[in-house]
Write a protein that binds this ligand. Structure first.
Ligand code: ADP
Length: 453
């Protein structure tokens, strides 16, 4: 499995006509791929060095609106350019699109050519560098859960998003029979991603009708975030090719289970698992305990990066497998943090708070910042909780975007680790989501109050 290409290999493929299109993509605040489609001949000739985009791409919402209140860009500053600098180590085939390859780009300031601090890849690289300074490498994996629907995106939009019908009629958790009926989407997804150099482990049915999970082998944090973004994009494109819609909304219906993106985390030193200590009863090293204590202590500070929309908070329901509390527990799916691989070299912590709508670069950079703080502050880890963690109210996850935004904005830890500019930028993004939502009259209000209020 390689799937990755060198520039010289791309030159050859372009010359012999096998490749004609290069997607040059940045990752935006929402974790989406944004960019341009180059003719391969032009890309190998000059655009491989750099290309440009409007700097509003890192200051929009899902609808591509141009909210005020960002220091980085505005109407007043004229919405100038950023440099998109192709990271040629990410040049890879896009096997599900004919004649096409893709490269991810770092976002640089147009004048200084320095990384733009609030660009997701730059944020993650900064925390990886801090960890390298301590002598460690983060190995991470993100699980991707999502729903497949019977109809296509366009049909569903034309139907005004009403009467949404998932692709299956029943809970398909681990079901081989039902997932066989979805193989026209899932098999090309697994195989095309694998051929693109993304080490897919498996897919499975999840615990709701129409719900899928895709697992990719753990890798260093930057590769994991790249894999996640490309895989999420591929899910939507391949579902679309097959006439279906795929949704990563954290909660598409109040009576259905939501979708998560659990993040598995371990630190390594010189190629060895630094979280493992065979003399500990659970196999956890002192380093792992401090890292986890940091994750727990600062969970409210970074919840915004795991749950960035109003909708994200509707997923946190008791008895739904989505957590409600920042408590850790051993192989227990009711806790916000689950110890996996106890007593083995694969010992790791799985953060279960994140929704399928998270941006993996932001989520991982904020959690690394918290883990690093745990190590530097030499924090002690509490005893694990046993039993049903849903019972009890202490250490609850922020209940709304408003609460999470406040915790982000006032976080001394994230201000020092990510920078004031970055925290203010994303706190404004959260505030904008709240302002927009507060203006909208919902179907729920009409149905409840139209006659009876
Ligand atoms: P689950 O019990 O959640 O289904 P899996 O065994 O499927 O757990 O593993 C989930 C993810 O954890 C996979 O993507 C796997 O590659 C990843 N993983 C395994 N070992 C490690 C590790 N040491 N560090 C980080 N992630 C890991």
């Amino acid at each position: 499995m390689s799937g990755l290409l060198s520039l010289d290999e791309l030159r050859d493929l372009s010359k012999n006509g096998e490749v004609d299109t290069v997607l040059a993509c940045l990752v935006d605040m929402q974790g989406r791929l944004m960019g341009k489609r180059f003719h391969a001949a032009h890309f190998v000739d000059s655009a491989w060095e750099e290309t440009h985009c409007c700097n509003y791409l890192l200051a929009t919402d899902l609808e591509m609106a141009t909210p005020d209140g960002y220091v980085a860009t505005s109407w007043e500053s004229g919405y100038g350019d950023y440099v998109m600098s192709p990271d040629l180590t990410t040049l890879r085939k896009v096997p599900w699109l004919p004649g096409t390859v893709m490269v991810l780009c770092d976002v640089l300031d147009h004048h200084t050519h320095q990384p733009v601090p609030h660009s997701p890849r730059a944020m993650l690289k900064r925390q990886i560098e801090r960890l390298t300074g301590l002598g460690y490498e983060a190995m991470m994996a993100t699980e991707l859960e999502f729903f497949l629907f019977e109809k296509s995106f366009d049909e569903i939009r034309n139907d005004k998003f009403r009467d949404l019908a998932p692709i299956s009629g029943y809970n398909e958790d681990y079901h081989i029979l039902q997932t066989t009926k979805e193989e026209h989407v899932m098999r090309p997804l697994r195989n095309h991603l694998y051929a693109a150099g993304i080490p897919v482990e498996n897919s499975k049915g999840e615990a709701e009708a129409g719900q899928e999970e895709l697992n990719i082998r753990y890798a260093n944090a930057l590769d994991t975030a790249d894999y996640h973004s490309i895989a999420k994009h591929a899910v939507k494109e391949i579902a679309w090719q097959q006439g279906h819609a795929a949704s990563f909304l954290a909660k598409w219906h109040h009576s259905r289970v939501g979708s998560s993106s659990h993040v598995h985390q371990s630190l390594w030193r010189d190629g060895n698992a630094a979280f493992f200590d065979p003399t500990d009863k659970l196999g956890m090293s002192a380093l792992m305990k401090s890292y986890m204590a940091g994750l727990l202590k600062y969970a409210s500070d970074y919840t915004y990066f795991l749950a960035p929309y109003i909708n994200s908070y509707k997923r946190f329901q008791k008895g739904s497998f989505a957590p409600t509390r920042t408590i850790w527990s051993v192989d227990n799916r009711t806790a916000g943090f689950r110890l996996c691989g106890a007593g083995s070299k694969a010992v790791r912590v799985e953060c279960r708070i994140g929704g399928s709508d998270l941006n993996p670069y932001l989520a991982m950079s904020a959690m690394l910042a918290a883990g690093i703080a745990g190590i530097q502050e030499k924090l002690e880890l509490s005893e694990p909780m046993i039993g049903d963690v849903y019972q009890g109210e202490s250490n609850s996850i922020p209940r709304t975007l408003r609460d999470a935004r406040e915790s982000l904005h006032t976080s001394a830890l994230l201000r020092s680790a990510l920078g004031d500019e970055v925290v203010d930028h994303y706190a404004r993004a959260a505030e904008w989501e709240i302002e927009e939502f507060d203006q909208v009259v919902t179907d729920y209000e009409i149905a409840r109050g139209f006659e009876r209020a």
